[in-house]
Structures are given as C-alpha cells and as structure tokens.
Unconditional design. Sequence first.
Length: 232
Amino acid sequence: MRPPSRLLWAAELPRAAFGLASLLGARRRLGLAPRGDGRPVLLLPGLINSDRSLVVLRRYLTSLGYRAEGWGLGRNFGIRAVGDQGALLLDRVRALEVETGEKVTLIGVSLGGIMARYAAHRLPDLVREVITISSPFAGSPRATNVWRSFQLLTGEQIDAPSVLAQRKLVAEPLPVPSTAIWSRSDGFVNGMICHDENGRTIEVRSSHVLVQVRPEVLLAVARVLGESGRKA
C-alpha cells in the first residue's frame, strides 16, 4: 500500500486552514449533538503535538458534559513522551480511572490513536472505548508520508523488533468498542490503514493537519459518545 500522492501532501496546509475556518459557521450544528454524561475522556495528541492541539475538541466535549482531559505528557515524541512500554500513559489512564471511579474513554489523533489502542490492549478493564482519528494503526508506516519524521523525532526505528511487536498488538482487534474516523483524501497517511473491519468506521473528507477541529469530526465523536452512553 502506497502513501498519499504528492498533490494531497502539498494541499495539506490550505485544506487545514479551510477546515479551521469552517468552524465559524458550525456553532449551531455542533450544539445539536447529544449531551454528555460526565464520563472521563482522555485525549491523546498526534506526533510532535501537545494538549494545545486538542483544545477545540476538549472544550467542545466539556461543553457537552463530558470530563475531557489532556494527557499531560507534553509533546508526543513517541516513547520519549509515554515512557518505555508506554508506562507513563498507562499510569495516566490508571490515575484517571481511580480518580473518577469510571472506565476511561480514549480519543487519539494520528499517533495518539495508535497509543490509545495500545493502552486499551494493555488495560482492557480500565478502558471503556477507543476513538481514533486519522490514526494509521492497520498497516505499514511506509504507507505514510511521515514515517521518516517519526523515526527522527522519536528515535524509534519502524523495523525495530520492539516497534514491530507493538504494531502487531495495536492492529489486533480491541477488547473494547472502537471507532475509527478516517479520510481517503488524507495527505499524510493512507486512509485505508486508518481503519479495519473489526471496529466501527466513519469516513470524513479532510486533511490530516487539524482534522480534529473539523465540524464533521467533532460531531462524529460526539455522536459516538452519545450512542455508547445510551447503550451503557
């Protein structure tokens, strides 16, 4: 499977700007989403990003009535942020579950979604569900335009035994409900490796950059959370 075309790659920034601008006229539509039930939701940022990149999503979910929190681990530089075998991230999930007395919903963007799936595999009794947004968990990193940047920024080699083992685990069916939000017009990662047949999928039309601020993505997340709340 190949990475996105150079045309899609080159269009990322202008499309991201358009997506951000589309928020201006979406307030009424966003306000029609199902109300939250106060459950804890942990947001995981993408590669090189921090909690600031998720401020729109966090404020939106908070306004709906969820306890949405950032991961608090700084910028996402892979193992440099989450620790060996993801120990710091797993501790964050444990702490939030103890603090709230409820299972934690994990929402991750790009690399953050891969980490969310990893945490759910490791802590299935503490995780309620996983929502990934443009996260290439179901295929080779070489089907992306950012695998070299990943290696440079994280210090991890995509063919290292430890990375291969984690990739295999992350791609396996989750022990909790999962939803993958993805775009076939993504300029950074091949959208076909951002979902699989073992979970729910929601296709949107979006760039990779700032995908998490698109109104259709915000609504998709809110609707998934609303549906899972009714089923609980």
